[in-house]
Design a protein around this ligand. Sequence first.
Ligand code: NDP
Length: 378
Amino acid sequence: MRKVAILGSTGSIGTSGLKVIRHLPEELSVHSLVAGGNIDLLEEQVREFQPKVVSVFDPLKAKELQKRLPGVRVVSGVEGSIEAATEADVDIVLCGIVGNAGLLPTIEAIKARKKIALANKEVLVSAGHLVMALAKEYEVPILPVDSEHSALFQCLKGEEVSSVRRLILTASGGPFREKTAEDLAKIELQDALKHPTWAMGAKVTIDCSTLMNKGLEMLEARWLFDIPAEQIDVLVHPQSIIHSLVEYQDHSILAQLGEPSMITPIQYALTYPKRLPSPLKSLDLAAISRLDFYEPAYDKFKCLALARESMKEEGTLPCYMNAANEILVERFLNKKISWLDIGNKLETLMLKHQNVQNPDLETILAVDAQARIEAKTI
Ligand code: NDP
């Protein structure tokens, strides 16, 4: 029985993680739950899964939850997330916090030698070199949860990384794939929140609409698989059935296919290396009948081009871009800036950033904070 700590249990990844645990009670159980502030849902989850410890980032909400659940250990803040992730009995941590808020709990979980099932891609985008080095030092596996990276992980199994020619990340293309540059200037918030194939949290849904999500995934793949930037490509595949592909030196291409659901990659990460029965139905390829592919439009989707650039530059630029993007997306969600402003303002900010190579954690945290301040006012 694997005991799981879920960071971000009230979010899209967290609730799918709980579905997997509910479906495999012989294999998995909940040890701890961590959320930002949605204590109504968290209370329901605590009553059902009876974790040993619960953390709420917001201390006032943590107090309120403690009143509602007097017999349960409730902690708060970043320290609370860390405590929940590093308790002695935890075997594996599902990192499903959104944004860079997941960085410190993930680092501490690695130091406590917990297996990591990583959905929180921003952790590798901003500090990939540090996190992967730490995982190596503490001999901790980082099991990808992002569907594309889970696909790559599966296609790479048993192969030499030196025999890889290209990692090909598939992208649905988001809701605006067929829009003209003129249409993109008129996009409203509700249009950007409608994803054609995946149901996810608000931040990642907006990142999918700008294709920043795919850019962040390129960086995630670069660190996760230790592959140079030039060997990572993106291919638009609107049906989201092929989750990613690996091309080898002999030009053979291996792909992983499945329903567009996070249940499969979450279950694979939590039960790895076992492949257990799924609550999903079989993929019906005859019913799907066709799979389409296109080159991504780097000129129309500036965020994707900026992320690719930051991957080549390395240093603090990806961290800066990631934090600035988080704030710009928040401003778009609050209707303070337009959809096109996300990419335009990000480009202006990134051009001014003084890149520092091989940053340590202190520098990463300082750059992250600086990017947030600058992105709030631009
Ligand atoms: P959601 O917005 O749905 O959920 C985010 C979760 O993080 C919530 O439980 C939220 O709590 C919690 N949270 C936010 N801030 C803090 C904090 N400071 N401390 C503790 N908990 C916090 O996001 P998603 O589930 O969609 O995405 C999570 C991560 O997984 C992202 O990095 C995303 O890119 C990645 N991912 C998501 C996929 C998906 O299908 N959703 C697919 C692949 C990757 P509360 O709600 O209580 O505020």
